[in-house]
Design a protein around this ligand. Structure first.
Ligand SMILES: Cc1ncc(COP(=O)(O)O)c(C=O)c1O
Length: 372
């Protein structure tokens, strides 16, 4: 067996070094122009990102979290409305529901894909339901055609939380096609990440775009003229300039992630459950997530061998102290709970080398062969 290696879950340094000169030039340019807020760098990225996503409008936001808040506000979701979403996500997905004083209504997920169970969505709809926040977890989208049909039947607003799904597709369509609004995060570790916090909302609806363009920038129509009260949720120009450079590489990086996933799918033993890619979905593998009943020991073993892994996410939201008031105890969402105890994210980042990946595969095999 090869000597011990040190493999991070995501290698942001390797990523930066692979495009260093372009990034450095872009940052220098913003500094020289002293164009830090709004302006040409933000406009350029917004145009390029909209075109990449095949949507009419993209609006930069200060994070994926503020992007979600903008999306709910644009949908007119407010006090007393129910919003359906899943418990196996990052808390930002649900924080925004509470921020607009709406009620979170969790539904369980599908065992095979970890994605929203659409039968459960249909059962959860009441006269108070106003929106669905669909989470494209790990880079995979559920059957968005069906989500659209359910929403149309019940007059619901669809928000796609695409924080983990840059370049992902359902039936050839990226987030923002089936949904009314899709939101992105550009947190550094994301498939398209900046060097700080960043996000965006995308939509094909010009009315919603106009509303969000106002909200993101203090309700401002022009300098010191405010049509409504809004927020300071802008994406700053330095991040936009970085993202504009990185966007050129997103397709190639996605290809590499998918190649690594294909290798894992082929060579990982049947001792772990591997991620299932739905026919119809183009999975972009923000995370490659395996399932094992021995997850904790496997994670410790890999850690000792220098392989860093993650758990996305260890505590489903309905069991978080923050949501105790919802009164949803253990057993409320059995699939999400089982997943939380068995999931393990292993390195799948684009810069992962063949030798590193082989070491990861060998180490996982070693764990199971040694009877752990
Ligand atoms: C599913 C999901 N939604 C929302 C967010 C929030 O994004 P940000 O960290 O940019 O606010 C994240 C980020 O981790 C996420 O994974």
């Amino acid at each position: 067996m090869t000597d011990k290696m040190n493999i991070p879950l995501v290698d942001l340094q390797a990523n930066y070094l692979s495009i260093k000169s372009e990034i450095d030039t872009a940052i220098q340019q913003v500094l020289k122009d002293a164009a830090f807020i709004k302006g040409p760098y933000l406009e350029s990225f917004e145009q390029h990102f909209a075109s990449f996503c095949h949507v009419k409008h993209a609006i930069g936001a200060s994070s994926g979290t503020t992007a979600l808040h903008l999306a709910l506000l644009s949908g007119g979701i407010g006090r007393g409305d129910e919003v359906i979403t899943v418990p196996n996500t990052f808390i930002a997905t649900t924080e925004c529901i509470s921020q607009v004083q709406a009620r979170i209504k969790f539904v369980d997920v599908q065992k095979e894909t970890s994605l929203m169970d659409l039968d459960a969505v249909e059962q959860a709809i009441t006269s108070k339901t106003k929106a669905i926040v669909v989470v494209h977890l790990y880079g995979q989208m559920p059957d968005m055609q069906r989500v659209r049909e359910i929403a149309d039947d019940h007059d619901l607003f669809i928000i796609e939380d695409a924080a983990q799904a840059h370049a992902s597709e359902w039936n050839g369509h990226q987030p923002g096609f089936y949904g009314d609004v899709a939101t992105y995060s550009f947190f550094p570790a994301k498939n398209l990440g900046c060097y700080g916090d960043g996000g965006a909302v995308v939509t094909n609806d010009s009315g919603l775009a106009e509303e969000m363009m106002l909200l993101v920038n203090h309700g401002r129509t022009q300098k010191y003229e405010h049509l409504i009260e809004g927020y300071n949720y802008r994406l700053d120009a330095l991040q936009a300039a970085v993202l504009d450079v990185k966007l050129h590489y997103l397709k190639d990086w996605t290809k590499k992630r998918r190649m690594h996933a294909a290798v894992y799918n082929e060579v990982l033993s049947d001792m772990v459950e591997k991620p299932v890619e739905n026919p119809g979905a183009f999975h972009t593998y923000y995370m490659y997530v395996i399932l094992s009943k021995n997850r904790d020991r496997l994670q410790q073993f890999l850690q000792k061998k220098g392989i860093h892994t993650g758990i996305h996410y260890p505590i489903p939201l309905h069991l978080q102290p923050a949501y105790q008031s919802l009164g949803l105890g253990k057993g409320s969402f059995p699939v999400a709970e089982r997943l939380a105890s068995q999931i393990l994210s292993i390195p799948v980042y684009p810069e992962l080398t063949e030798v590193q990946q082989q070491y990861i595969v060998d180490t996982i095999q070693e764990f199971f062969i040694s009877g752990n």
